[in-house]
Write a new protein. Structure first.
Length: 458
C-alpha cells in the first residue's frame, strides 16, 4: 500500500526501480524496500503537481491584478498560457493521485513545463509590441530554476538533468530566434551599457544564463545522487529495523535505538526488579501428540493472548522458552512499582487464561492450565554474547527463584504464586489483590532455604 492509499504490484515496482537503485547504491534490496521508495516517489510527484498548480495560480492572480503597461491594446498570450498550464497540471495531479506515473509521463510533463514557460516569456514582446530581444530581459526566466528545483523532490537525478537540459535548450532557441528573426538587424551588441539600456542583446550575458541553468542542474543532480543513496540506505535500514524490532520487546528496542554508546557484551546495571514466568502445564506431553504445525499455532495463540496483557502492565518480554514466557518489570528501565505491576500482570494472565479455557471448552477442546509466578529482588540487566551476536537479558537470584516457583505451582496444585516478600512489596507499591490470597511455607526444589510464599487463587 502506497502513501497515497493506492495498491501497487510489487513486481511492477521492482521493474521500475531495481535498475535505478542498483546503479545508485550498488545494493541488492528486498521488494518491500522498493515498494516503500516507490511510495515516496508517488507522494513526491503529487507534491510537485500541487506546488506547480499553486505557482501558476499565484502567477495568474498577480497577472490579473497587475496594471498593464500596454493598456490592454495588444494581444496577450499570458492568460491562455496560464490557463493551459493549470489545466495540464490538474490532469497530471489527478493521474498522480490515482496511479503511478511512468517515467515517460514525467519527461513529457517536464517538456510541457518548459515549453509553456518559454511560450509565456516569448509572448511578452508581442504583448508589449517590442522587438523579440525584449523578452530576454524579463524576470520570468527565474521560474526555470523553480521548475528544475521542483524535480529534486523525486530524488532522481535524471529528472533534474532532463529539466535542466530542456530549459537550457529552450533558452538557446529563444536566443536564436532573436538573432535570426530579423535578417537586417540581429540586435547583437558588444557594449554592456548599451545592452542594459536598450533592447539589444549581449550574447555573453545570455550564455551566462544558460551556463547558470546547467550549473544549477549539475549541482542539484550531484546532490540528488548522494541524497538518493542516503534515502535508499535509510529506507533499507528502517525496514530492517522494523523487522528486527519484532524480535525485541518495545522497551528493549527503544533502549538499543536511543543509546549514545555502542552496545558491547559484558556491560550491565543492577536494578531492583520483578521477574514473571508463565507457561502451559503439561505442554511437553501435549505437544508430543500434535502435528508440528498445530503446535506452533497453539503457541502463537497462547502468546498472542498472554503477551499483550503482560505488556499492558508495563512488563518487558525478556524471552520465549518454548511455551514459557519470561517477562521483567523494572529491568530495562527503573520502576518504583515493579512488584505491583508484576502481580497485576499475574491477575491479568490468570483472567486471560480463564477466558481462553472457556473458549476452548465451547469449541469442544480441552482447556489448558496456565502457570505463573513472580519473584522480585536485585538483578543484573545487560548485554551478553560476543561481537557478532548480542542479547539483553537479566541475571540474578530473583530470576532463578521465579523459574523455580513457576514449576512449584504443579506441586501445590495451584496456578499462581509469589514470595511473601514480593507480595508485601507489591502492596506497599499500591497493589490491591484481585483474588483470594493464601500464605504458605514450604521448601521449593532447588532452593536451599524454606520459603514463605503467597498463593494467588483463581
Amino acid at each position: 500500500m502506497s502513501l497515497l492509499g493506492q495498491p501497487h504490484d510489487p513486481r511492477q515496482i521492482v521493474r521500475m526501480l531495481r535498475q535505478d537503485l542498483a546503479a545508485t547504491v550498488g545494493l541488492t534490496l528486498p521488494k518491500r524496500v522498493f515498494a516503500t521508495i516507490g511510495s515516496h516517489d508517488d507522494a513526491s510527484e503529487v507534491l510537485i503537481k500541487v506546488i506547480q498548480f499553486l505557482i501558476f495560480a499565484v502567477f495568474g492572480v498577480l497577472y490579473s491584478i497587475a496594471p498593464k503597461t500596454d493598456a490592454g491594446t495588444a494581444f496577450a498570450l499570458a492568460p491562455y498560457t496560464i490557463g493551459l498550464y493549470l489545466a495540464l497540471t490538474a490532469v497530471g495531479l489527478a493521474w498522480a493521485l490515482t496511479r503511478r506515473l511512468p517515467d515517460w509521463a514525467v519527461y513529457v510533463s517536464i517538456f510541457f513545463d518548459m515549453s509553456i514557460l518559454m511560450a509565456l516569456i516569448w509572448s511578452f514582446h508581442v504583448q508589449y509590441q517590442q522587438p523579440p530581444s525584449f523578452y530576454l530581459k524579463v524576470p520570468t526566466l527565474l521560474y526555470i530554476f523553480i521548475f528544475i528545483a521542483l524535480r529534486a523532490l523525486r530524488f532522481r537525478a535524471r529528472f533534474v538533468v532532463a529539466a535542466g537540459l530542456m530549459a537550457a535548450t529552450g533558452w538557446l532557441a529563444m536566443i536564436a530566434y532573436v538573432v535570426f528573426s530579423d535578417p537586417v538587424d540581429s540586435m547583437v551588441t558588444r557594449n554592456y551599457v548599451h545592452y542594459l539600456t536598450s533592447n539589444s542583446i549581449l550574447l555573453g550575458a545570455e550564455f551566462d544564463k544558460v551556463i547558470s541553468i546547467l550549473m544549477v542542474t549539475a549541482v542539484l543532480a550531484l546532490v540528488l545522487r548522494r541524497g538518493r543513496r542516503l534515502l535508499v540506505q535509510a529506507v533499507a535500514e528502517q525496514a530492517a529495523a522494523q523487522d528486527l524490532s519484532r524480535f525485541f520487546d518495545a522497551s528493549v528496542a527503544t533502549r538499543i535505538r536511543d543509546t549514545d554508546d555502542r552496545i558491547v557484551a559484558g556491560e550491565g546495571v543492577v536494578r531492583h526488579a520483578a521477574v514473571l514466568n508463565v507457561d502451559i502445564r503439561g505442554f511437553t506431553i501435549l505437544a508430543a501428540t500434535m502435528e508440528p504445525g498445530a503446535v506452533m499455532q497453539l503457541l502463537a495463540e497462547y502468546q498472542s493472548r498472554m503477551v499483550p496483557v503482560i505488556q499492558a502492565c508495563n512488563g518487558t518480554i525478556d524471552k520465549f522458552l518454548g511455551d514459557g514466557v519470561m517477562a521483567t518489570f523494572g529491568a530495562s528501565a527503573v520502576s518504583d512499582t515493579c512488584a505491583a505491576d508484576a502481580l497485576r500482570a499475574i491477575d491479568a494472565v490468570i483472567a486471560a487464561a480463564a477466558d481462553w479455557a472457556a473458549e476452548r471448552q465451547s469449541q469442544g477442546l480441552a482447556p489448558l492450565v496456565i502457570n505463573a509466578s513472580v519473584a522480585a529482588g536485585p538483578i543484573v540487566f545487560g548485554a551478553v554474547g560476543d561481537a557478532n551476536r548480542l542479547e539483553y537479558t537479566v541475571i540474578g537470584a530473583a530470576v532463578n527463584l521465579s523459574a523455580k516457583l513457576e514449576k512449584f505451582n504443579k506441586d501445590l496444585g495451584v496456578a499462581a504464586v509469589t514470595t511473601s516478600d514480593t507480595f508485601d512489596m507489591a502492596v506497599t507499591q499500591g497493589y490491591e489483590p484481585g483474588r483470594p490470597c493464601e500464605t504458605r511455607s514450604g521448601r521449593i526444589p532447588g532452593v536451599a532455604d524454606e520459603q514463605s510464599i503467597v498463593v494467588l487463587h483463581g
